[in-house]
Design a protein around this ligand. Structure first.
Ligand SMILES: *Cc1c(COP(=O)(O)O)cnc(C)c1O
Length: 363
């Protein structure tokens, strides 16, 4: 059997008629940028998340860097972020000239809240929380720290559409929730897309102006902005997917449960979600000291896996200028050497999962 790490086609075929109908509707409408699909999606997505405003943008990275720009965080400022994240989280900070300050993760892959305070200096302006793999971070404690030190709180929700902490959606705890709709995300488009979720009207307006060359009224530019618009086609297709998001997340929860119940191998550590939270399993990430052998073993059996992520941002070539050496973040680096993401996608069959499970159990 051949099992790919992801099968985006299955996610399309599952709602094929609805996607095709919407695509044709948008193509035939004659209106392709900033129209009724985008404004409807913004209303529907903010109502799903349970927050006042949503502003559609061109990508998750744009959501992050524009957020820090509009919060006024740049040169000379520090932003606290976990070491084990996708590099886009860090680029959102550094594009503006601010400095990321890395904190090691806890056993749930989220920022270790007990290690945040020791990293706070008088230059610290914000905490960027990443709800990695669809697992909510410990928001109760993070919110407390932000209040105590008067820090901005930004959430990277690129992997956590619909994940909750204490019955509250990720993306609603801080100043801004940043989302990506890259095709492989739980709420994925058919190209790039992103959005921010905010509860403050003034800030929401700033995003709306910034994404469109800094103009509110055509050809009257208030600030130097960017071209970061979610387009009508993606917004329309996202509206279709959003109608089914609970089903899509529920399916992943089932798939994760099945893996957890059936993978039985002492060499393989299974992920466990935080108490008091709903994980939406963007990835199902196991740990294994013999990770590279395991990956190879699965590959020989036709099973594709990925590492999210093999090089932690502080050691990537792009961030050499920050001056970190191997060993700077031992927990983060150990994770990078031992984690492995199993195949997990909308439309994965029990037969496919059994095949992966058998291979893992016989390793
Ligand atoms: C995907 C992702 C991003 C970036 O989103 P894009 O839409 O690809 O720019 C940022 N942070 C995390 C954690 C991600 O997984």
């Amino acid at each position: 059997m051949e099992i790919a790490t992801n099968r985006l086609d299955r996610g399309f075929y599952r709602y094929k008629e609805e996607f095709e109908e919407k695509a044709l509707e948008v193509l035939r409408s004659g209106w392709y940028v900033l129209g009724k699909e985008v404004s409807s999606f913004e209303k529907e997505f903010s109502s799903y998340i349970g927050e006042k405003y949503c502003v559609g943008l061109a990508s998750g990275l744009d959501a992050l860097w524009i957020t820090f720009r509009l919060l006024g965080i740049g040169h000379g400022d520090e932003v606290i972020v976990q070491g084990n994240t996708y590099i886009a989280s860090v680029m959102g900070i550094t594009i503006n000239g601010a400095t990321p300050v890395f904190v090691e993760p806890d056993e749930y892959f989220g920022i270790d809240v007990s290690k945040i305070e020791e990293k706070i200096t008088d230059r610290t302006k914000a905490i960027l929380v990443v709800h990695l793999y669809g697992m909510a971070s410990r928001m109760d404690q993070i919110v407390k720290i932000c209040r105590k030190y008067n820090l901005k709180l930004v959430e990277d929700c690129a992997q956590s559409h619909g994940a909750q902490f204490a019955d509250r959606m990720t993306g609603t705890f801080g100043d801004v929730g940043c989302f990506s709709f890259y095709p492989s995300k739980n709420l994925g488009a058919f190209g790039d897309g992103g959005a921010v979720i905010v509860n403050n009207l003034e800030l929401a307006e700033k995003f709306r102006v910034f994404r469109n060359y800094g103009s509110e009224k055509r050809y009257y530019n208030k600030v130097v902005g960017a071209n970061s618009r979610l387009d009508e086609l993606q917004a329309g297709l996202l509206r279709v997917r959003l109608r089914h998001i609970n089903e899509i997340n529920q399916e992943r929860i089932q798939l994760a449960k099945y893996y957890t119940q059936n993978i039985k191998n002492r060499k393989i550590i299974l992920p466990k979600p935080l108490n008091n939270s709903t994980c939406v399993w963007h990835q199902y990430v196991v740990q294994c000291e013999e990770r590279n052998q395991l990956m190879e073993y699965l590959k020989r059996r036709g099973i594709g896996t990925l590492i999210h992520y093999p090089i932690p941002p502080h050691l990537s070539e792009a961030y050499q200028y920050l001056g970190y050496k191997p060993g700077a973040l031992p927990i983060t680096e150990h994770l990078a050497d031992t984690i492995l993401s199993l195949p997990m996608y909308s439309g994965m069959t029990i037969d496919e999962q059994d095949y992966v499970i058998d291979a893992l159990n016989s390793f």
